[in-house]
Design a protein around this ligand. Structure first.
Ligand SMILES: C[S@@+](CC[C@H](N)C(=O)[O-])C[C@H]1O[C@@H](n2cnc3c(N)ncnc32)[C@H](O)[C@@H]1O
Length: 213
């Protein structure tokens, strides 16, 4: 299949190479991720899946906030990222898998988090990925997504303009990520949007979506 983004193989090689260095450049993501973790309401999660766990920083927060008996799971394409998460959060259950084909039975989770992963997947596979999120969530289950998005004020519009220009020349300069607008895609996958906001930190805009299955 042709893709308008980097291929899954390139993504895996890039994130295997990036490893722990990923955390160095994450200062523009912190506020959006904190908001996502609050919206997820981990204290009420029984089984929570984090898709694209990365280095495991969020998984560590999740594990600390889980109620007694709550279980956390994570998947990632990159073995390096899975190893980093395993070291940070030995209690979590991890496996190597793609967001397009989640290795879990229908209705396995009541919470699902996915931060800064959809924005590096091809436009053509996004409906399949969201339909997988819908499948593995129980009815009433909570979905929280964070993605790079379009700018909302002059500085963030300017930065996203430059970002898109760099992405066109060499997508990996941007970690393979380009701005998305998630709301419609999430609704088309059968979710109800409960909250949506754009958080701009250091000029970088992130869309944070809370939806219910
Ligand atoms: C930009 S990082 C974000 C990591 C983490 N969620 C965060 O917010 O810090 C993207 C992560 O998604 C993983 N990834 C890329 N393509 C994927 C796919 N198709 N399925 C699952 N994980 C994928 C990468 O290996 C990487 O760990």
């Amino acid at each position: 299949m042709t893709t308008d983004t980097i291929t899954p193989q390139t993504a895996q090689h890039f994130y295997d190479w990036l490893g722990a260095k990923h955390d160095w450049g994450s200062s523009f993501e912190r506020e959006a991720k904190n908001q996502a973790l609050d919206l997820l309401d981990v204290g009420s999660a029984q089984r929570l899946l984090n898709v694209g766990v990365g280095t495991g920083k969020e998984q560590r927060v999740i594990q600390k906030r889980l109620p007694p008996g709550g279980l956390s799971f994570g998947i990632d394409l990159s073995p390096t990222m899975l190893n980093l998460t395993q070291q940070r959060v030995p209690q979590t259950q991890l496996c190597r898998a793609s967001a397009e084909h989640l290795p879990f039975t229908t209705g396995s989770f009541n919470c699902l988090l996915c931060t800064y992963v959809l924005d590096l997947l091809g436009t053509a596979v996004l409906p399949q990925v969201l339909s997988e999120f819908h499948r593995v969530l129980q009815p009433g289950g909570k979905l929280v997504l964070v993605s790079l998005t379009e700018g909302t004020d002059v500085p963030s519009k300017l930065i996203i303009g430059l970002w898109k220009a760099a992405y066109k020349v060499h997508p990996l300069t941007c970690g393979g990520c380009r701005p998305l607008q998630l709301q419609t895609l999430v609704q088309q996958a059968g979710f109800s949007i409960l909250q949506r906001e754009v958080i701009v930190q250091l000029g970088m805009p992130s869309e944070v979506v809370l939806a219910e299955r």
